[in-house]
Write a protein that binds this ligand. Structure first.
Ligand SMILES: C[S@@+](CC[C@H](N)C(=O)[O-])C[C@H]1O[C@@H](n2cnc3c(N)ncnc32)[C@H](O)[C@@H]1O
Length: 169
């Protein structure tokens, strides 16, 4: 029987293991990092500390992060995803090396539906062989699901974009 504390710790350990795995995966894949879901800024802070040379762009409807974890104005896009993602899909078409989609709320069905709606736009932003990490399950052409790293004790969802010169699955 798991307490809420247990589940939170498992979620964060899993997220960190996946982020660390992704940092290694994109070491030789240039390109910006996109994060959807700034929240408290924890995962943004982790990414910028481990990828200090990369441009990291973050999207959220509100800015409630720890003051130390707020991206610079020119790297932060505030608004509803439905309004900001179409522009992002054009701006970053085929360019992103890594997308971290951490958009979930306590409403599981709504979170899954939102991820399914946004996933086609995320796919457009990824370059060939780029990586997408999602807190929600996804099934979409062009993304192949990968196993979690062994250090990840909980649920998260890892995908790699098909090489762009090959037909997508
Ligand atoms: C789980 S939190 C992100 C946690 C964050 N990655 C961290 O490590 O602190 C999810 C975030 O997604 C944002 N979000 C959810 N649905 C959204 C939407 N439709 N448009 C814009 N932002 C949204 C919420 O405001 C929230 O900050």
């Amino acid at each position: 029987m798991f307490s809420r504390l247990d589940r939170m710790i498992r979620r964060l350990r899993t997220q960190r293991a996946c982020l660390d795995w992704a940092v290694g995966e994109i070491a030789n894949l240039p390109g910006p990092i996109l994060e959807f879901g700034l929240g408290s800024g924890r995962s943004y802070d982790h990414l910028r500390k481990h990828l200090p040379e990369r441009d990291i762009f973050v999207y959220d409807r509100v800015v409630v992060a720890h003051p130390d974890c707020i991206p610079p104005d020119d790297r932060l896009v505030v608004g509803e995803f439905a309004e900001t993602l179409p522009d992002a899909a054009v701006r970053f078409a085929g360019a992103a090396a890594l997308i971290h989609a951490d958009i979930g709320s306590h409403d599981g069905p709504a979170s899954r539906a939102l991820a399914a709606e946004l996933a086609p736009l995320w796919v457009k932003m990824l370059k060939g062989n780029a990586v997408l990490l999602s807190d929600q399950p996804l099934t979409i052409a062009g993304l192949g699901e990968l196993p979690l790293p062994p250090e990840a004790p909980g649920h998260y969802f890892l995908f790699r974009r098909a090489p762009l010169d090959e037909p997508s699955a």
